[in-house]
Write a protein that binds this ligand. Structure first.
Ligand SMILES: *[C@@H]1O[C@H](CO)[C@@H](O)[C@H](O)[C@H]1NC(C)=O
Ligand SMILES: *[C@@H]1O[C@H](CO)[C@@H](O)[C@H](O)[C@H]1NC(C)=O
Ligand SMILES: *[C@@H]1O[C@H](CO)[C@@H](O)[C@H](O)[C@H]1NC(C)=O
Ligand SMILES: *[C@@H]1O[C@H](CO)[C@@H](O)[C@H](O)[C@H]1NC(C)=O
Length: 368
C-alpha cells in the first residue's frame, strides 16, 4: 500500500480528488454503480415508511416498502439497499413559512435540496412543514407555490423522482394549519396524511382517548376527498406509537380522567401525556393492571398500569388489529397507499415474541 503512495499513486489520488471537487459529486457508495441510479418505476400501492435513523431499517419488510423518508442522518448503506429493492429514498424538506414569500428564496432552497438529493443519490423529497398558516395569507399562497416549484424542478432534474407533502388528519385548519390543500395536492405527487395526534386534550372531555380513533380518521379522509382531492393523491399515515396519560382519577370501568376540578367550557388543566413507541408499550402489557383492552367505539386498544410511584396511567395506541381495519379502509376507498410514523418504533430484536409482534405490525399494513 505504501508504495502506491509514491509518485504515480499520489498523482492518481490528486486527479481523483480534483475530479471529485470539480464535479461536486461524491463517488457512488454502492458496490454496483447501477444502484446509485434514481428509482423511476411506479408501483400501484405505496408503502411509505418514515425512518428516523440507526440501523433498524435492516429488519424492515422490504417486500412492501416503496419509499423511505429519511429523517435521520444520511446513511449511504440504506440508499444502496433500498435501491436494490426498487424502493425510493427521499429527503426531508422543511423551511420557515415566513421565509418563503420571495421567489428567489424558494428557488435557492429548492436548488440546495436538489443538489443534496443528487449528491446522496436520492429519489425525491418529503416536505414536512407543520406550521401555522392563516387562510388566504401571503404564506398560504407562497406555500402552494413552494410545493409546485419543488415538484417541477425535482421532476425535471431527477427524472422519476417523487415529491410529497405531509398534511394533518383533517383539512379543517387542524392546529391552525389552514393550507390550500387542493392546490397542494395538485402540485405534488401525493399527500401523506398524518392520521394521528387526533385528540386535542386541552378542550376535550378531559378523558384519555385513542391517538387515531377509527371513525374520526375516516371523517378526515372524507373531507379531503369531498373537497375534490383524488383518493390516489392520499397516502394514509398510521401511528406506530401511542399516548401514555397520567390519570388523576382512573375509574373501575377504565375511564381515565386526566384533569381535576374542571367545569364545563374550561380547558382541561394539567394534561400529562407523552408519546410511547410500540416496542415500549408492548413491554408494559405484563405489568399492566388491565391487560390489553379494546374500545369498540374508537376501535383502538389501550391498557392501564400503575407506575413505581403509584400513579395510574392509561396508554392508548394502535396495534395490528386497529391498523388492519384502517388499512382495509385505505384499500377499499382506493387510496394511494399507507405508511407509518415511524418504522423504527417496533422491537426488531431477535426474540421470538418480538419477531412475531413486528411481523404482525408490518402485515397489518396490507389490511385484514
Ligand atoms: C420546520 O421548521 C420550522 C422553522 O424553522 C420549525 O419551527 C418547525 O418546527 C419545523 N417543523 C418540522 C416538522 O420539522
Ligand atoms: C389553491 O391553489 C390552486 C392552484 O394554485 C388555485 O387554483 C386555487 O385558486 C387555490 N384555492 C384557493 C381557495 O386559494
Ligand atoms: C398534574 O397531575 C399529576 C398527575 O395527576 C400530578 O402528579 C401533579 O402534581 C399535577 N400538577 C399540578 C401542577 O397540579
Ligand atoms: C409476559 O408474560 C408472558 C407469560 O408469563 C411471557 O411469556 C412474556 O415473555 C412476557 N412478556 C414480556 C414483554 O415480558
Amino acid at each position: 500500500m505504501k508504495r502506491l503512495l509514491g509518485g504515480g499513486g499520489a498523482r492518481l489520488c490528486l486527479a481523483l480528488l480534483l475530479r471529485h471537487w470539480l464535479l461536486g459529486s461524491s463517488a457512488c457508495p454502492c458496490e454496483q454503480p447501477s444502484l446509485c441510479k434514481p428509482v423511476s418505476s411506479q408501483r400501484d400501492f405505496e408503502v411509505f415508511a418514515f425512518d428516523v435513523g440507526g440501523k433498524t431499517w435492516k429488519f424492515y419488510d422490504w417486500t412492501q416498502i416503496t419509499t423511505v423518508a429519511t429523517f435521520g442522518d444520511y446513511d449511504p448503506e440504506l440508499i444502496c439497499y433500498a435501491h436494490s429493492k426498487g424502493s425510493r429514498v427521499v429527503l426531508k424538506g422543511n423551511i420557515s413559512v415566513k421565509k418563503i414569500l420571495k421567489l428567489t428564496v424558494r428557488t435557492a432552497w429548492i436548488k440546495q435540496k436538489i443538489s443534496l438529493a443528487k449528491k446522496q443519490y436520492m429519489d425525491g423529497i418529503n416536505i414536512d412543514i407543520e406550521q401555522t398558516v392563516k387562510k388566504s395569507s401571503a404564506e398560504y399562497y407562497a406555500l402552494t407555490a413552494l410545493v409546485k416549484e419543488t415538484t417541477e424542478i425535482f421532476h425535471k432534474e431527477i427524472p422519476g423522482s417523487q415529491v410529497t407533502f405531509d398534511v394533518p388528519w383533517s383539512p379543517e385548519c387542524v392546529d391552525s394549519r389552514c393550507y390550500n390543500y387542493t392546490g397542494i395536492a395538485d402540485s405534488c405527487d401525493f399527500l401523506f396524511v398524518m392520521s394521528y395526534d387526533e385528540q386535542s386534550p386541552l378542550w376535550s372531555s378531559c378523558i384519555a382517548g385513542a391517538n387515531a380513533p377509527y371513525k374520526q380518521t375516516l371523517v378526515g379522509y372524507d373531507h379531503y376527498i369531498r373537497m375534490g382531492i383524488n383518493p390516489k393523491k392520499l397516502v394514509m399515515g398510521v401511528p406506530w406509537y401511542g399516548y401514555d396519560y397520567i390519570c388523576s382519577n382512573l375509574h373501575k370501568d377504565h375511564v381515565c380522567f386526566f384533569a381535576k376540578n374542571v367545569f364545563p367550557g374550561a380547558p382541561c388543566n394539567n394534561v400529562t401525556m407523552r408519546q410511547a413507541p410500540y416496542r415500549i408499550i408492548m413491554t408494559l402489557e405484563n405489568t399492566s393492571t388491565s391487560g390489553i383492552l379494546w374500545d369498540e367505539e374508537q376501535k383502538a386498544p389501550f391498557l392501564d398500569y400503575k407506575d413505581s410511584k403509584g400513579a395510574f396511567h392509561q396508554l392508548w395506541f394502535d396495534n395490528a388489529k386497529s391498523i388492519s381495519l384502517k388499512a382495509a379502509y385505505a384499500k377499499e376507498r382506493g387510496l394511494r397507499g399507507i405508511g407509518m410514523w415511524n418504522a423504527n418504533c417496533l422491537d426488531y430484536s431477535a426474540s421470538i415474541a418480538a419477531q412475531q409482534q413486528t411481523e404482525a405490525m408490518w402485515k397489518a399494513l396490507k389490511g385484514a
